[in-house]
Design a protein around this ligand. Structure first.
Ligand code: 0O2
Length: 223
């Protein structure tokens, strides 16, 4: 049935996927601009990397089935909010919130949904900040609002999530072994959260005004 629907709508599906790719370009550019500005102004690059994707037809189909979404394009676009996904990887947790605030302040960005799995990690141990936003893309004769899921995470969160994702999709591990690995991964999630906090503390101490003043005083005394 899904395949029939797809075959009947090949052209609209292709153009809609192109619109999602355009929306991804818009969001990526916004983050690149922010990174550039922070680099000029504060001599630091809050963004380590950006990875983007449009959802595959296969995983759209899985979600359609799982959520019992009616088989028409409008319903699918309305209810699947992560057809376009942009993942922003930062070094430090504070940069995640700073970038999210900067993005949401922009007057062409509308927040649809915010899930903070950093403050409230998932049971698996998963941590990231998820924002579903709507941004316009400008076509020949039309301004079209598009939904994009933005996932913001640290390098440590990303490292963890990519390994855990592999376990999730591996079908050839016996149940008891998979359970053991899931427990081990939960523990690693806690260790990685603690590492993020410690690394951030180190950075903040290195940048602190007090520290700089002490160093200056020392220099002046030795002159
Ligand atoms: P894929 O293959 O990454 O695209 P919703 O989107 O609201 O209908 P849900 O699950 O409530 O469904 O959304 P949520 O919690 O915001 O998570 C959506 C995405 O976050 C997932 O996409 C994953 O990319 C990521 N994610 C969420 N939980 C976990 C987790 O426990 N481990 C890992 N590794 N990633 C997670 P998809 O579409 O499920 O998969």
């Amino acid at each position: 049935e899904f395949l029939d629907m797809m075959q009947e709508n090949i052209e609209p599906i292709e153009s809609r996927m192109a619109y999602y790719r355009c929306a991804i370009m818009e969001v990526e550019t916004k983050f690149k601009v922010l990174n550039e500005q922070f680099s000029l102004q504060y001599d630091r690059n809050p963004i380590e990397s950006i990875k983007s994707r449009t959802k595959s037809m296969d995983s759209i189909l899985k979600k359609v089935r799982r959520k019992n979404i009616p088989l028409n394009l409008d319903a699918i676009e309305e209810q699947i909010k992560d057809i376009a996904g942009v993942r922003v990887v930062c070094s430090f947790p504070e940069d995640i919130y700073m970038l999210a605030d900067c993005l949401l302040q922009q007057d062409d960005v509308t927040l649809i949904e915010r899930k903070d799995y950093i403050k409230n990690p998932k049971e698996s141990g998963y941590r990231s900040l998820h924002l579903i936003i709507e941004i316009p893309i400008f076509l020949e004769n039309e301004k079209r609002p598009m939904k994009v899921e933005v996932q913001l995470r640290t390098i440590a969160m990303d490292f963890w999530a990519s390994l855990e994702h592999k376990l999730r999709y591996k079908k050839d591990i016996p149940d008891d072994e998979a359970e053991q690995l899931a427990i081990e991964l939960q523990e690693c999630a806690q260790i990685s959260a603690a590492l993020d906090t410690r690394m951030e503390n180190i950075r903040n101490r290195m940048n602190s005004q007090e520290f700089r003043e002490k160093a200056n005083a020392q220099k002046n005394r030795s002159v």
